[in-house]
Write a protein that binds this ligand. Structure first.
Ligand code: ASP
Length: 344
């Protein structure tokens, strides 16, 4: 007996401190987005911050437009908002995707319908302009959940989605970033310092910048979507948490819709997005306490960096992150939009 009791008392105590320390959720949110975790403020110029804010506001407005249509669906709002972010070079998704170790772009995305529990995803795709739409097509037009690589691309093309040359994803800024990482690696190799090169493992290095959206429509349905280029300098074929249901993306009516960003390997191992929903369902935690527990306690204690946007079925919204910043924004039921980049 005491075996079962001790951990559960410890958990209750831990959860109690989280609830007390938590910020109140934002209420009456119908759509929220993120543009990835952010490092130090000084890493980004005021011009780039302006461009990020502008494109996030455009994404919020486009998604909200879907919700405002008669019978407007959360799924449409999520897909539409993410497409705007994928088309912007400012984020690590679609057009602005980071490079792999081999200097290519491999994109991942997923979408989930909280009403039906259905989900669709694509991983390691290189020629699909909007991976989030391909994820939705997988959900709606196949018996499967996740298609990868060439199979996903052939399917997306047959489904009538816009295909592009891989060169479409090349941007000067991301190219400069990957070159810096390669230079660092070369220096480490020259120094022959095994310890340093293990520390600079591709999987753990930034920059990040995934995008995601969660929405709640007038029928009370939740949806979540996430799209990314992955982690800079990742190995070829590496798949992160973004296209993995329950890891970087999850939606369930009555619980919450979650989209994550950060070190995907941690989100996968901790089944982070679903863990937030499970804490709400089985421990009756409010969304802000559940999300804070997973991001600010579990992930952080293990050394995993990242954040989530999480929205419950009543419109309560939380966006905890354990990095210096996380680009995030939301729209309330009255159409008011807000974008936040750091702890501002
Ligand atoms: N979570 C993404 C991945 O690991 C990266 C990110 O959020 O920026 O692929």
């Amino acid at each position: 007996m005491s075996h079962g009791l001790i951990p559960s008392l410890a958990l209750v105590a831990a959860l109690a401190t989280i609830t007390a320390a938590d910020e109140a959720p934002v209420r009456d949110v119908v759509l929220a987005i993120h543009g990835g975790t952010a490092g130090n403020k000084k890493e980004r110029s005021p011009e780039r911050e302006k461009a990020v804010r502008r494109d996030m506001l455009r994404a919020l407005a486009a998604g909200y437009g879907e919700l405002e249509k008669p019978g407007g669906k959360a799924l449409d709002a999520v897909e539409t908002a993410i497409r705007v972010l994928e088309d912007s070079p400012e984020f690590n998704a679609g057009k602005g995707a980071i490079f792999t170790h081999e200097g290519k772009n491999e994109l991942d995305a997923s979408i989930m319908d909280g009403k039906t529990g259905q989900a669709g995803a694509v991983a390691a795709v290189t020629v699909i302009k909007n991976p989030i739409s391909a994820a939705r097509a997988v959900m709606e037009k196949t018996k499967h959940v996740l298609l990868t690589g060439r199979g996903a691309e052939v399917f997306a093309s047959q489904a009538g989605l816009e295909m592009v040359d891989p060169a479409y994803f090349w941007t000067q800024r991301r190219w400069k970033e990957i070159q810096k990482e390669w230079e660092k690696e070369a220096q480490e190799r020259a120094g022959n310092d095994k310890k340093t090169s293990a520390k600079a493992s591709p999987v753990l290095s930034g920059p990040w910048g995934t995008v995601g959206a969660v929405a709640l429509d007038r029928d009370g349905n939740l949806a979540a979507g996430t799209s990314t280029g992955g982690i800079s300098n990742k190995m070829r074929g590496r798949v992160g948490d973004s296209p993995i249901v329950g890891a970087g993306n999850y939606a369930e009516n009555g619980a919450c819709a979650v989209s994550g960003t950060g070190q995907g390997e941690y989100f996968i191992r901790f089944v982070a997005a679903y863990d937030i929903a499970a804490l709400m369902k089985y421990k009756n935690l409010p969304v802000e306490a559940a999300a804070a527990h997973v991001i600010l306690r579990k992930l952080k204690t293990a050394g995993g960096e990242g954040g989530v946007i999480a929205l419950d079925s009543k419109g309560n919204f939380a966006a905890p992150y354990n990095t210096p910043g996380m680009f995030r924004g939301y729209t309330t039921g009255d159409g008011k939009m807000k974008v936040l980049l750091y702890a501002d």
